[in-house]
Design a binder for this molecule. Structure first.
Ligand SMILES: [Ca+2]
Length: 282
């Protein structure tokens, strides 16, 4: 394999390993997966803001979100979802959202739970080298229609588990929190309740084909379908710490000036594959 190709292959292996994450499956049971769009709320109260609503629909599951930006004098925003849960179980709760000034949820009128993004990030940071640890916060995804890096983004959060009985349940979110005398804003793209494994993949649901996927002739391509990474104790490497806090925050990865590795957009070496031999081996 040419040196440059080999280096690129190694780099891709790093990138794929760094973003992989799973949750455990329920033994012997066919997993249930409920994928619910934020914009499909059964009841809601929200407030409009031209800047906060200026997001790219292409970066959102189902082409939409539910968002609210409450001025100081406006009441709190909220959204409710009625769900038919097909079987009782411990459900992993995943949320793709922009919590901004605050986001809470509660099930069937129960205790209100706060999404504490900062605490979750701190826990991830503390455990980034802990084998078997599964991160709670995934990289931010810019959804601003003008591409500006401001408060318009989406992030996947691992919130579970939720014990749910079979039957109808109502999930209620607050959008922006409850702090009096402040502007309160937040948005939800979608959320997932599943008894099985789930790996966030931007705004795509499991099995959904990317819209911009390029088709190659079968003879010039192969299926790249690596097994899920369970971060088992016997794993040799855990490269999640290489992820940027915000995806792409340092610009595009490019070839280093010497052609032997890669650098970030700001010129800092990012990762390298095995060194290329200076001359053919004897
Ligand atoms: Ca959506």
């Amino acid at each position: 394999m040419p040196a440059r190709t080999r280096t690129l292959a190694a780099a891709l292996a790093v990138a794929v390993t760094a973003v992989a994450a799973v949750c455990p499956s329920v033994d012997g049971a066919e997993p249930v997966l409920l994928w619910i769009e934020g914009e499909a709320a059964h009841r809601s109260q929200t407030h409009r803001n031209a800047w906060y609503d200026s997001v790219s629909k292409q970066e959102l599951s189902g082409g939409g979100q539910i968002a609210s930006f409450a001025e100081v004098a406006q009441p709190d925003a909220w959204a409710e979802y009625d769900m038919a849960v097909p079987e009782a179980g411990a459900y992993h709760f995943w949320l793709r959202a922009n919590p901004c000034t605050g986001l809470t949820w509660r099930v069937d009128g129960g205790k209100e739970i706060v999404l504490d993004a900062k605490a979750m990030q701190e826990e991830d940071k503390k455990n980034r080298r802990t084998k078997g640890y599964q991160p709670k916060v995934f990289p931010r995804w810019n959804i601003a229609v003008d591409g500006k890096a401001d408060a318009r983004y989406m992030t996947w959060y691992r919130l579970g588990p939720l014990d749910l009985a079979k039957g109808r349940h109502t999930l209620r979110f607050s959008l922006g929190g409850h702090e009096k005398g402040t502007k309160r804003f937040a948005a939800i793209d979608c959320f997932v309740l599943t008894t099985g494994a789930f790996t966030p993949n931007a705004y795509y649901a499991p099995g959904q084909e990317p819209k911009d996927l390029v088709a190659f002739p079968e003879e010039d391509s192969w299926a790249f379908e690596p097994d899920r990474d369970a971060f088992a104790d016997e794993a040799v490497l855990d490269l999640r710490h290489l992820n940027e806090e915000t995806a792409g925050q340092h610009g595009f990865i490019r070839l280093s000036p010497d052609g032997g590795g890669f650098v970030r957009g700001d010129g800092v070496p990012d990762f390298r594959g095995p060194p290329a031999p200076a001359s053919p081996r004897p």
